[in-house]
Design a protein. Structure first.
Lengths: 186, 471
């Protein structure tokens, strides 16, 4: 009898132990609030233009405007569209050409509609004393939504009329560095 | 949302840690002891596990954080808790899940000294080290880590689902020595593993001053091996029952077979002192059917897209910079899909124990039943366990107290110390009612009140029929 009772009690104890084992003080609903928010630093475009780059090959005179375009397909990728919350764009110029430049960064969609625009005035410098300037823009709501429709970037440099235009013998160069700080909310 | 689920899985995956069936080890009242040590000294004459019910084994554990660390209802922002967890863990922390189900298990005594045993079981085994660098990069990004190298070597995991068909011989050579050997035939349902990866990702301040940074992928060399997975993942159906229908035949005829061996012995140094040791799953599986491997390698430095302003200005953009960038990246960083066969070694386990038996002999305290044998009622001892894992072996030490009560009930109380916890108390119970044997074993009893705080959970349950001619 004693033997059977002990076995019975032990088995009940084991079963109880497995049932009373519980999960307490935890709230799995918190999973809803999980939001990784990584911040990525990424290079964008860069360029080095020497003074003769601003001479029109046909006329051998200073061009009114030069530009180049690259696709940036990543901006309109699903990942960016769904997860990118805001972005900082930084443009750093080092100018040693004796000439002011008006620079436009045009973010366009596939039908060449302007989705975001940054304009920077770059002041003239000299070879011995290049002028450094840095512009940072924050793209937040609501512009970020239209920004994310862009698929390409046009880097356009305009040369406002000047008394001393760039000639074949002009010295110096215009350097551009650029980066994006991307704030994701996953 | 899908990213959140991935994070939760990663964290839960990182929050479990396992050991083996150590309470079962040297529990010579149970036939399953022969699976833990083919050279265990068993006294019964025949056993047969109730098919599918003779043993269910599950353990999971984490050396890093517990579920409670992340999900405790303490008013703290869960994102802060996850961040703390990521930084508190190291890349040597790991999570494991191991689950086994005995399909059949039986055995019979050939004569006084030889006992044969056989069976088949299913085993799911998974281990992943905490990929700390990858987790930091994914959680925080690179912005606060300029000049830091994120290491791909942190990615190390393996998982498999196999069936094991086995046959063991247990021979008592003399009064002092018993040894045993078990041959195993493995059939792999699926396997996935990625270990020994190399390479770094660094965002550093530019040396060339072409741009702000240089993004450097350096000496990437990583491999993901899979077998048996592609047909499960590729198919159009999302119907789990169809996948299960596909899986079940592979327990027998997967085509990816392997062989292994278990060895073990018992030395009865004197009447009261027993020393045992075993080596389990020394073997390998050869994967040649339905193999799909991915190999990533290369180096690449990205400074941004350089616009060169071609001299002729026409209206439409000129150089296909973006396409060139993609082609350059593809040319430097290769991702190849390969079908070459490969070999995986099983995670070999080692057990050893020293046991000292004492007290009265026989199982009946009251002497009212005359069914006793010549076993002592009490025993104490120490056990050591080690297991090969991808990065380094895993260790555990255990002290135990074993007690027979009224012949029909055997208890084993254990205390385990390992790298991960110093408060692991476990209990094993085996009830013997005539030929019927019921047993259950649970680790981490102290955490039972709130299992979410436990860094490991381990349990075994089962029913056997045991025939002992002495009964």
């Amino acid at each position: 009898m004693i033997k059977q009772n002990i076995i019975k009690i032990s088995l009940i104890a084991l079963v109880l132990a497995s049932f009373t084992s519980c999960v307490s003080d935890v709230d799995f609903d918190q999973a809803e609030d999980i939001m990784p928010s990584p911040t990525l630093e990424s290079n964008l475009i860069y360029s080095t233009l020497i003074a003769p780059n601003f001479i029109d090959q046909q006329t051998q005179l200073e061009a009114a405007m030069v530009s180049d375009t690259t696709r940036l397909e990543v901006i309109s990728s699903d990942f960016f569209v769904d997860q990118l919350a805001k972005a900082n764009l930084s443009f750093k110029f080092t100018n040693s050409i004796q000439r002011d430049f008006l620079v436009d960064f045009e973010f366009l969609n596939d039908t060449n509609e302007l989705r975001y625009h940054v304009q920077v005035l770059v002041h003239s410098g000299v070879v011995t004393n290049p002028i450094l300037s840095e512009t940072t823009v924050l793209i937040d709501e609501p512009e970020i939504t239209t920004f994310k429709e862009a698929t390409k970037l046009v880097y356009k440099i305009s040369l406002p009329p000047s008394a001393s235009p760039i000639g074949p013998n002009s010295q110096g160069q215009l350097d551009l560095q650029s980066k994006a700080t991307l704030y994701f909310e996953l | 949302m899908k990213y959140r689920i991935a994070y939760i899985l990663l964290l839960i995956a990182s929050s479990v840690y396992s050991q083996n069936k150590q309470i079962l080890y040297d529990f010579t009242d149970l036939p399953q002891v022969l699976i833990q040590n083919p050279g265990a000294k068993v006294s019964f004459d025949k056993h047969f596990g109730i098919p599918l019910f003779s043993q269910f084994h599950f353990n999971a554990g984490s050396s890093g954080v517990s579920v409670h660390d992340i999900f405790s209802d303490d008013g703290q922002d869960i994102n802060d808790k996850i961040r703390d967890a990521i930084f508190s863990m190291s890349n040597n922390d790991f999570m494991t899940v191991n689950q086994q189900l005995e399909i059949i298990n039986g055995g019979w005594r050939k004569n006084e000294s030889i006992y044969f045993s056989y069976g088949m079981y299913e085993e799911l085994d998974f281990i992943s080290y905490f990929p700390k660098d990858v987790a930091i990069l994914a959680w925080e990004g690179n912005a606060n880590y300029i000049n830091k190298s994120f290491n791909l070597a942190d990615v190390s995991f393996k998982g498999e689902l196999i069936s094991v068909l086995h046959f063991g011989i247990n021979k008592q050579v003399n009064k002092k020595l018993t040894f045993g050997v078990r041959g195993k035939l493995y059939s792999s349902v699926f396997n996935i593993h990625s270990v020994k990866n190399k390479g770094t990702f660094t965002t550093r301040v530019s040396n060339t001053e072409n741009n702000y940074y240089e993004h450097v992928l350096q000496n990437l060399d990583g491999t993901l091996h899979t077998s048996g997975l592609s047909s499960l993942l590729d198919d159009e159906n999302s119907d789990a029952s169809k996948d299960i229908k596909k899986i079940i035949p592979r327990f027998f005829f997967s085509g990816n077979f392997g062989f292994g061996v278990d060895l073990g012995f018992t030395i009865q140094a004197n009447e009261q002192t027993t020393i045992t040791a075993s080596m389990l799953d020394f073997g390998a599986i050869f994967h040649s059917k339905e193999v799909e491997n991915y190999h990533l390698n290369g180096s690449y430095t990205f400074e941004g897209i350089e616009l060169v302003f071609p001299p002729i200005i026409n209206n439409e953009g000129t150089t296909p910079y973006w396409q060139n960038f993609e082609e350059e990246l593809d040319g430097n960083i290769n991702i190849d899909t390969l079908q070459n066969s490969y070999v995986t070694w099983r995670s070999t386990k080692f057990n050893a124990a020293y046991k000292y038996s004492f007290g009265e002999k026989g199982g009946n305290d009251c002497n009212c039943l005359n069914t006793s044998d010549d076993e002592y009622q009490n025993a104490v001892g120490v056990q050591l366990f080690s297991m090969f894992r991808p990065k380094r072996p895993q260790f555990a030490a255990k002290v135990f107290y074993y007690r027979r009560l009224y012949d029909a009930l055997r208890l084993k109380l254990t205390y385990t110390v390992d790298d991960y916890s110093f408060t692991n108390v476990g209990l094993g119970m085996s009830a013997h009612l005539g030929k019927i044997n019921l047993y259950g074993m649970v680790d981490n009893l102290l955490q039972m009140q709130n299992i979410s705080k436990a860094q490991s959970v381990s349990l075994q349950l089962g029913i056997n029929l045991i025939v002992d001619s002495k009964d």
